[in-house]
Design a binder for this molecule. Structure first.
Ligand SMILES: Cc1ncc(C[n+]2csc(CCOP(=O)(O)OP(=O)(O)O)c2C)c(N)n1
Ligand SMILES: [Mg+2]
Length: 200
């Protein structure tokens, strides 16, 4: 890690970010981020991704545009974010006021055995997001910054992008429901109400 501050524990970070979440809609990138949001409490307004890699921020963007009255938080890994960097440009251009993207950066692809990602080699996702044109871009290293980040997520007037440096190492799996169709239907009903069933 590039800093002397002890790296944060991912479960503590996610639990902190999701405290008092109200009706926040949460999309999680595949793998460990999905286990983290589930460990913080599975619910119908969680949309954990199981397979597709590189699409979490774009799913969050679509959701934020389609649901302008709801707040949307994407929580994903550095590897997942690196696979879909173009999303940052589209988010900046579309500029939804209700979208926040938080990258849990352990500088590794932890889920598949701990291979190093580009952030391990100096690639700066905050600088990339800023260069894309996202106004509020943050690098988070300390536990004391999580509360303010959570508050900012609930008060955005333009897209927010944050990279939280986290420790390497895996936690016990806490798996969300496995069935993609179930997760989609559950999420749609939570967002749209019973009308969701007539729009499939
Ligand atoms: C297109 C594609 N390539 C590779 C994988 C395998 N894969 C699943 S999770 C993962 C690592 C994700 O790394 P990161 O986003 O940094 O999350 P971490 O586990 O480190 O929190 C990989 C490579 C996949 N599911 N899809
Ligand atoms: Mg990672």
């Amino acid at each position: 890690m590039a800093t002397d501050i002890p790296a944060l524990d991912r479960r503590d970070v996610v639990r902190g970010l999701l405290e008092d979440r109200g009706n926040l809609l949460v999309v999680a990138g595949l793998g460990a981020s999905a286990w983290d949001i589930t460990a913080a409490g599975d619910c119908a307004t969680n949309f954990p991704l199981w397979g597709g890699m590189g699409g979490a921020a774009m799913i969050g963007l679509g959701l934020a545009l389609a649901q302008p009255d709801r707040r949307v938080l994407v929580i994903t890994g550095d590897g997942e974010m690196l696979m879909g960097l173009g999303a940052l440009c589209t988010i900046a251009v579309q500029s939804p006021p209700n979208l926040a993207v938080v990258v849990l950066d352990n500088e590794h692809y932890s889920e598949t055995g701990g291979q190093e990602t580009a952030t391990r080699h100096g690639v700066d996702l905050v600088a990339i997001a800023r260069g894309a044109g996202i106004g509020d871009c943050r690098a988070v290293h300390g536990a004391q910054e999580i509360g303010p980040l959570r508050n900012a997520i609930h008060a955005t007037t333009a897209p927010l992008f944050a990279v939280v440096k986290i420790a390497t190492g895996n936690h016990p799996l806490v798996l969300p429901p496995r069935e993609g169709a179930f997760l989609t239907a559950r999420f749609r009903e939570a967002v749209l109400g019973p009308a969701a069933h007539h729009q499939l």
